[in-house]
Unconditional design. Structure first.
Length: 264
């Protein structure tokens, strides 16, 4: 199986979904625990939720493999992106609930991790970089939206309930201020939803690596609370009624970024 799916659009926008994949190579899944094989930390159903992207002319890059194979939003040297805070690694060995991913004695060694980086991590990032360069060459600038979701309550990472819409811009460094302000204003006005800018989730490796406003590449991450569009317990069912309320907000966020981009 290919490590990602990709389709090119006509707008200067690329939407990346690095954590929505659910495929586990059989030989790898056989080494995992029952808790891990449920894939609880997946960014579930994002392609279905963002079903309007073709209408916006966006390019779309979607990982096919689970983040337990390799986490595409971590640096290849596995540096902690949130120093002093608990996170899972480039090749996770425990779930967000601290359950082991691997059966006893089955965790990958350094050589296997390096092989996974070459097999899964590098192709995704090569395509991501190529598409941003294509967009920048075609339009004079490129916009990257890194789409994520997470359970609304994960005590390991944050206390209480997560806001619904968590925008991350690496503290304002990954995107021009005008675009940040335009997108944040839409989020703050979204009736029935809570929003925060650069709160607990400030953007992972993709946001920080590719968001380079000085080179006219502007990146924003959105971490959604999954409760806004799905059931957070297995089997992690999609809720079309909740999604139908949320989609206009997501579309407005992306339209605001596109509109701001034209004047950057």
């Amino acid at each position: 199986m290919d490590t990602y799916t990709f389709r090119a659009g006509t707008a200067p926008l690329l939407v990346s979904m690095p954590h929505t994949g659910t495929h586990l190579p059989p030989e790898l899944g056989a080494r995992m625990t029952r808790a891990a094989r449920v894939l609880p930390d997946t960014d579930w159903h994002l392609e279905r939720l963002y079903d309007f992207l073709d209408a916006l002319g966006a390019s779309v890059l979607v990982a096919t493999h689970s983040r337990y194979v390799v986490d595409l939003n971590r640096p290849p040297d596995d540096t902690n992106l949130y120093p002093g805070q608990d996170t899972t690694g480039l090749v996770p060995v425990d779930t967000f609930a601290r359950a082991p991913v691997y059966q006893d004695g089955a965790a990958p060694d350094g050589a296997e991790i390096a092989a996974r980086i070459d097999r899964y991590w590098r192709p995704y990032h090569a395509r991501l970089g190529q598409e941003l360069e294509r967009l920048r060459s075609a339009h004079g600038y490129a916009l990257l939206w890194d789409a994520h979701s997470i359970a609304s309550r994960v005590p390991r990472f944050f206390s209480g309930r997560l806001p619904d819409l968590n925008l991350g811009t690496a503290g304002g460094r990954s995107c021009a201020r005008a675009a940040i302000d335009a997108v944040a204003a839409v989020a703050q006005r979204a009736a029935g939803y809570t929003a925060v800018l650069d709160g607990r989730f400030k953007g992972g490796y993709i946001t920080r690596r590719y968001g380079q406003p000085n080179t006219r590449v502007h990146t924003i991450q959105l971490e959604l609370a999954e409760i806004t569009y799905m059931e957070e317990a297995p089997p992690f069912a999609f809720d079309e009624a909740r999604a139908a309320r949320l989609r206009p907000v997501l579309r407005a966020l992306l339209e605001a970024m596109l509109a701001a981009g034209r004047s950057l």
